[in-house]
Design a protein around this ligand. Structure first.
Ligand code: LLP
Length: 419
């Protein structure tokens, strides 16, 4: 459930009519709903009611906006980060260092040092090589690093290839059949408190079965690590729960997910860590755009909007579906190709889509754009970065300024020897 709905024939975000935002902030613009973010945060936590001891760490990569992080911090959420850039955001939003988990295969020495200095809650070590480097750095700094070893369980998540992370040939984690030996080696380092294991098999999962398979394998590993004398107190189950992008899609609900987790992990006796991203932020945001013009096409007209693949990359990158609806629908329908202004054919949001009839100058939204939307933007074609707005009841605030293409150009120089 979200808070983007028609009221008196005009789409609102909570109690704010979207045309007002378009007028005051311009388009394209991402619009987030605080009530929706909070609702999703609560529903996810409620779904895990059967899990006594847990930390929910929002996957910052899905929506790193400071105001969004603040909403989640106020819900008691921590953060799953994959760079010091994200770590700094989580800290700036007031998240406690010990609620921050640092994942990622390419943490640099400088990033590891900064995270050690900040005293973050857990490093998810993705390789033996990284673990040794981390142990060395922590020893040099005279600190103990709280760590888990990320396991690659060799489970096919059954999602898009580009967002699968748990198959044996993916770059993430250590192979489960080598985990015992690598765990033993890293746990022997006095500067490392290797307290558990972590897994994340992929994103936008529409089925619990692969997750259950991965968690069950992880449970077996916990037993054998304990058998080898290791104290396992934390297990990080990652994120990945899918959301509905179109009518008729029914990914598992947080409560179905929570029931499965509680059942599979009931005897583990650990603190469980969760890293949800999309399920919290996805349906809490839309990308508001204006129709530049309608162009005749061979089969269908092209609805050319002022948002493009640089603003919302998912359709171009993964062939992803985003619902596209008019802000002021009049009941008429059309079949159209929805495209942006960028000079490549990949800048296509949808071909032959049945949608509301739109005219030049009309406003429309791409729905379910709150996760992996603004965060994946680029400035391709010398377009700027779009603004972001957070709505709260009948008020709204710009929570990220539009960065004009000119500001990006201002950061560039022509060297003297070329002038
Ligand atoms: N934890 C780890 C270690 C991750 O790599 C990810 C996402 C998450 C948690 C959060 O997963 P979620 O709950 O959001 O599924 N750009 C792609 C999605 C990439 C996901 C990357 N990792 C997209 O637009 O679909």
């Amino acid at each position: 459930m979200d808070h983007f709905a028609l009221k008196d024939g005009v789409m609102h975000a909570e109690d704010v009519p979207l045309p007002r935002i378009a007028e005051e902030v311009g388009t394209p613009v991402y619009v987030y709903s605080r009530a929706t973010l909070e609702r999703h945060a609560q529903v996810f936590r409620d779904g895990l009611a059967g899990v006594p001891d847990k930390l929910i760490a929002f996957a910052v990569k899905s929506n790193p906006n400071l105001a969004v992080l603040k909403v989640l911090q106020r819900q008691g959420y921590g953060a799953d980060v994959v760079s010091v850039g994200e770590m700094r955001r989580a800290l700036a939003a007031g998240m406690a260092p010990d609620k921050i988990v640092f994942s990622g295969v390419g943490k640099t020495r400088r990033e590891i040092a900064e995270a050690l200095e900040a005293g973050i809650g857990q490093f998810n070590i993705e390789s033996e090589e990284e673990g040794l480097e981390l142990a060395e750095l922590a020893a040099e700094m005279g600190v103990t690093a709280q760590c888990a070893l990320r396991i690659n369980p060799d489970v096919d998540a059954g999602t898009h290839d580009k967002i699968s992370t748990g198959k044996a040939d993916n770059k993430f984690g250590v192979p489960i059949d080598q985990a015992g030996q690598i765990f033993g080696l890293l746990a022997s380092k006095p500067s490392v408190n290797l307290r558990g294991v972590a897994v994340h098999i992929g994103s936008q999962l529409g089925d619990l079965a692969p997750l259950e398979r991965a968690f069950t394998k992880l449970g077996g590993l916990v037993t054998s690590l304990r058998g080898a004398g290791h104290a396992i107190t934390h297990v990080d189950l990652g994120g990945g729960l899918g959301v509905p992008y179109k009518a008729g899609e029914h990914p598992p609900s947080p409560s179905e997910y929570g029931e499965m987790v509680a059942r599979v992990t009931k005897d583990w006796g650990v603190t469980l860590i969760f890293e949800p991203g999309r399920v919290i932020a996805g349906n809490a945001g839309v990308l508001l755009t204006r129709v530049v013009r309608i162009k005749r096409g061979l089969n269908n007209p092209f609805v050319i909007v002022d948002a493009a693949m640089n603003d919302l990359a998912r359709p171009a990158l993964y062939g992803a579906y985003h619902d596209f609806v008019a802000v002021g629908p009049n009941g008429a329908k059309m079949t159209a190709n929805i495209v942006g202004p960028i000079c490549e054919t990949g800048d296509t949001f949808a071909m032959g889509r049945d949608c509301d009839r739109l005219e030049s100058g009309d406003l429309a939204v791409f729905r379910t754009a709150g996760a992996y939307g603004a965060t994946m933007a680029s400035s391709y074609n010398s377009r700027g970065f779009v603004a972001e707005v957070l709505v709260d009841g009948d008020k709204f605030a710009v929570v990220a300024d539009r960065i004009e293409a000119g500001a990006i150009m201002d950061a560039e120089r022509v060297p003297e020897w070329l002038a």
